[in-house]
Write a protein that binds this ligand. Structure first.
Ligand code: ATP
Ligand code: MG
Ligand code: MG
Length: 547
């Protein structure tokens, strides 16, 4: 970031445009975060948000949240709202919320002006012909017969495109760039195409929509962006970005690039995630196997942990893939000091202590955190019958095994004495252990336990309807391009019999209530934001479960 130009000293601003630009920005840094509202944001966007908002914030500047809504088919109202909520959840507040579509009139005027200047033309070649002419990968592009048509022709045909006289793909306005350039982004990129789909904000006013390449730099220009920050795949696009601003002689922002965030074993692309959701390969956009921000939030990851993960990665221009292990260890160490520990048994087996009376009940204080006493303790009772996890018992003992087995002792976490297994019963048909009998070593006969296991007392236990345990979504790493056939069938494991102690339930309920309240406030705020400006249709799901 130190290589960016200084605030107020954008080297690309032509002297004749400088005054106007500075009058607007007063020399302040102006950035924008420009998501396309075609899905929910993912962890890669956290990086973009931190850089866009963080850079401006550091310099006392301003950041726009700009919805890049030039593609009517893919956009839905709920995405707009969720994007705003997510930006705020991460702790950033947009200076202004704008839409590329706010500028459709101006962009259209500029397209006409570009055509008038002989720098754009209407092309009616088929998509295949256009692709072949552009030579994609096979040498230099060739001009089509429309490239040198008279300006008047192009102006007339562009007007006809606008009036809906061409079908979709029937015509395009192309920029007349440089076919001799080595950069494919200079090969007469499309500026406008015909689309009949109604638009979220402009309804059916337009039959033509500007492309990303035409829109982005000009919206940056309109908003007086000083630093246009984007990911490295846009490096070759910088030339066309600048070409267009120069062709129209308008204010031009300076583009800087940073490396995308990539995570091992998954992909970060709204389009691909949308496909998984549509095909029901995951439950929804907040499925915990995804790396969307709403999924991470649902997993209980606080915003600070995500910010800390991204800032540890740093900002460079070299592409890399970050290991999931690294992600998880950062989150874990962020939560280490603040997350309470409570006992849960996923696969319960009843353990009966034979040498105590039926009404045996000893209060036990269990610390919420082994190393943070200030977090306090919860009280539970140690009783004659407790549940332990099936994983903590083995029928056949071995010297390197320290948990429970016939004749062996183990500690029950924070219980007064260890227990020793005296016998067990098994279901003859399924072979599953049904009950374990133990004796309580209450007179110091057994040395200190070698291991402690979790337990939940039977009389107070609360059964959890379903515990879902998630593993990587894909079998391969990285997932192949036909990722739909690579879904790991064991990526979701469901436990139907898990039990927890009452304190777990109380704490979880409180956490859920708090999270829900906070999320409702955020949703109401985001909703009212959209209500005060022409609103994208409201399909929000504010009542959606918070888990
Ligand atoms: P997707 O491919 O997921 O739809 P995109 O690349 O089209 O995402 P947008 O949501 O349209 O991105 O853009 C928002 C901003 O977020 C862009 O500036 C983009 O460069 C940035 N961005 C998107 N993905 C990542 C990522 N993995 N790492 C860093 N920045 C990203
Ligand atoms: Mg995009
Ligand atoms: Mg993309």
């Amino acid at each position: 970031l130190s290589e960016f130009h200084k605030p107020g000293e954008n080297p690309q601003v032509k002297p004749e445009l400088k005054e106007e630009h500075l009058a607007f920005t007063k020399g302040m840094v102006h950035t924008r975060f420009p998501p396309e509202p075609n899905g929910y944001l993912h962890i890669g966007h956290v990086k973009a948000i931190m850089i866009d908002f963080g850079y401006a914030k550091f310099h006392g500047g301003r950041t726009y949240l700009r919805f890049d809504d030039t593609n009517p088919e893919a956009e839905e109202g709920r995405y707009f709202q969720s994007i705003l909520e997510t930006v705020r959840w991460l702790g950033f507040e947009p200076w202004k919320i704008t839409y590329s579509s706010d500028n459709f009139d101006q962009l259209h005027k500029w397209a006409v002006e570009l055509t008038r200047r002989g720098k754009a033309y209407v092309c009616t070649c088929s998509a295949e012909k256009m692709k072949a002419d552009r030579g994609m990968g096979k040498g230099h592009p060739v001009a089509c017969e429309h490239r040198d048509r008279p300006v008047e022709d192009s102006l007339r045909e562009f007007e006809r495109m606008k009036n809906g006289e061409y079908p979709e793909q029937g015509a395009a306005l192309r920029m007349k760039m440089d076919l001799t350039s080595g950069n494919p982004y200079m090969w007469d990129m499309v500026a406008y195409r015909v689309k009949m789909a109604p638009h979220h904000r402009t309804g059916d006013k337009w039959k033509i929509y500007p492309t990303y390449d035409f829109t982005h730099c000009l919206c940056d220009s309109i908003e007086n962006i000083s630093h246009s920050l984007c990911t490295v795949e846009f490096i070759p696009a910088r030339e066309s970005y600048e070409w267009l601003c120069d062709a129209l002689e308008v204010y031009k922002a300076r583009q800087y690039e940073f490396a995308r965030l990539n995570l091992q074993g998954t992909f970060l692309s709204k389009r691909k995630i949308a496909k998984l959701v549509q095909k029901k390969l995951v439950k929804d956009w907040d499925d915990p196997r995804l790396y969307t921000i709403i999924a991470l939030r649902r997993r209980g990851i606080p915003p600070g942990a995500l910010l800390s993960f991204v800032s540890e990665l740093g900002v460079t221009t070299s592409e890399s893939v970050t290991e999931i292990k690294k992600f998880e260890s950062t989150i874990r160490s962020y939560l280490e000091e603040s997350a309470p520990r409570l006992m849960m048994v996923l696969n319960p087996i009843k353990l009966v202590i034979e040498n105590v009376p039926d009404d045996y009940r000893v209060p036990v204080q269990v610390p919420l955190h082994p190393k943070v006493p200030s977090m306090g303790t919860v009280e539970t009772s140690f009783t004659k019958e407790v549940y332990i996890d099936a994983e903590d018992f083995r029928e056949i003992d071995s010297p390197d095994y320290f948990r429970l087995a016939p004749g062996k002792s183990v500690g029950l976490f924070k219980a007064p004495y260890p227990v020793t297994c005296t016998s067990y019963t098994k279901d003859p048909t399924t072979g599953q252990i049904t009950e374990i009998k133990c004796k309580l070593e209450d007179s110091g006969t057994v040395k200190k336990a070698k291991a402690y296991i979790q337990w939940v007392n039977v009389p107070d236990s609360i059964k959890i309807e379903q515990v879902r345990y998630f593993k990587p979504l894909f079998k391969s790493d990285p997932p192949p391009s036909d990722f739909e056939s690579d879904i790991n069938p064991e990526s979701l494991e469901v436990f139907d019999n898990a039990v927890v102690e009452p304190a777990f339930y109380e704490l979880a309920r409180k956490a859920i209530t708090d999270a829900r309240k906070e999320s409702e406030i955020r949703t109401i705020k985001a909703k009212s934001e959209f209500a005060s400006s022409p609103s994208p249709s409201d399909e929000s799901d504010s009542d959606k479960k918070v888990e």
